[in-house]
Design a protein around this ligand. Structure first.
Ligand code: CUA
Length: 349
């Protein structure tokens, strides 16, 4: 092979590799990892990408060179010499992909087993998915319940994920892993958060009308701040309330409404909520009249026993029947008062 040809091949390969590398590196394809597991998964990703770029450069160089160098000339009407295979070349192009694919498989297997490996002092968190909200509880801390997932940094966490109704899927992009929630099964996910911050919890399985809004937050805190938060919540739990609105002892109805994702399904002007899955709460006054009940009693019943009265035009069994149990007495009464007052003020009533 002439020196000129080798230089041409090398040049084309470098340009192709440069273009491919720019496509891989310049746009931000992946979120910045926030857990050790996510870091390992991204290592597998980049390991594979580097192999892909090398193979791409090689193939592009040979192909572009061949197209330019060996194309048919206008006056050339002859066939080329017959070729009967090339054993050495065939072995080469079989062995190289075999080694590369096997190495990807081995690296993936190592990462999978390390990601699932149980560490010591694992924090257990129960995750419950239902249409269309997430609930997180801490069984080792008097089952403290929270609508957002709070986690300590650098501690191994095992999520035990259940569904109350249909298949959902738990996903925090910065943690990389996804896990389905399957009715009747408890699925598990192991996470070791290693970056402080607030990240979205996303439902990533189409689960009904409110799917796109079925979101919460994962807040990674310093271990000290986490312990303090958990301790405060435990005190609340002992006092007969599983506080879901943070540390506030006198919750406002608006805060309860927001903390429990009511806006996912309901419209309520006073809370700037525009959900359309469930009844329009601006019309609560007229709903109560249709149900032949006093407004306040109707609002209370609709929260603690949503199936007692179903507003015509809306589906039954969609509002979580256990929803009322996740609220403390103070939160429940604040929420009911808030609903009553805002629906009275509403023009639609
Ligand atoms: Cu739950 Cu999508």
């Amino acid at each position: 092979m002439r020196r000129g040809s080798i230089l041409a091949l090398l040049g084309i390969g470098l340009v192709a590799g440069g273009v491919a590398a720019a496509v891989a590196l310049v746009p931000t394809w992946l979120p910045e990892p926030a857990s050790r597991e996510a870091g390992r998964i991204q290592f597998v990703f980049w390991f594979t990408i580097v192999i892909c770029i090398v193979i791409f450069s090689l193939v592009a160089a040979v192909m572009i060179y061949a197209v330019l160098k060996f194309r048919v000339r206008p006056d050339d009407h002859e066939d080329g010499p017959p070729i009967h295979g090339h054993t050495g070349l065939e072995i080469t192009w079989t062995v190289i992909p075999f080694v590369l694919v096997t190495s990807i498989a081995i690296v993936s297997a190592i990462v999978l087993s390390r990601n699932d490996a149980q560490a010591q002092d694992t924090l257990r968190v129960n995750v419950t998915a239902q249409q269309f909200l997430w609930t997180f509880s801490y069984p080792d801390a008097k089952n403290v319940t929270s609508p957002v997932l709070r986690l300590p940094k650098d501690r191994s966490v095992e999520l035990y994920i259940r569904s109350e109704d249909v298949i959902h899927s738990f996903w925090v992009p910065q943690f990389s892993q996804k896990e389905d929630t399957v009715p009747g099964l408890v699925t598990q996910l192991h996470i070791t958060p290693d970056r402080l911050g607030t990240f979205p919890v996303v439902c990533t399985e189409l689960c009904g009308l409110g799917h796109a809004l079925m979101r919460s937050q994962a807040i990674v805190m310093t271990p000290a701040a986490f312990e303090q938060w958990l301790h405060q919540q435990e005190k609340g739990a002992t006092a007969g309330s599983t506080t879901t609105t943070g540390s506030s002892t006198h919750p406002t109805g608006l805060a309860v409404f927001k903390a429990n994702s009511c806006a996912t399904c309901h419209t309520l002007s006073a809370a700037s909520a525009t959900g359309t899955v469930g009844p329009d709460l601006d019309k609560l006054v007229s709903y109560a009249q249709q149900a032949h009940q006093p407004l306040e009693a109707f609002a209370h019943q609709s929260v603690v026993d949503p199936n007692a009265y179903i507003q015509p035009g809306y589906p039954k069994n969609l509002m979580p029947p256990t929803f009322g149990q996740t609220l403390s007495k103070a939160e429940l009464s604040a929420l009911v008062t808030f609903l009553v007052q805002s629906s009275k003020q509403s023009k639609k009533g």
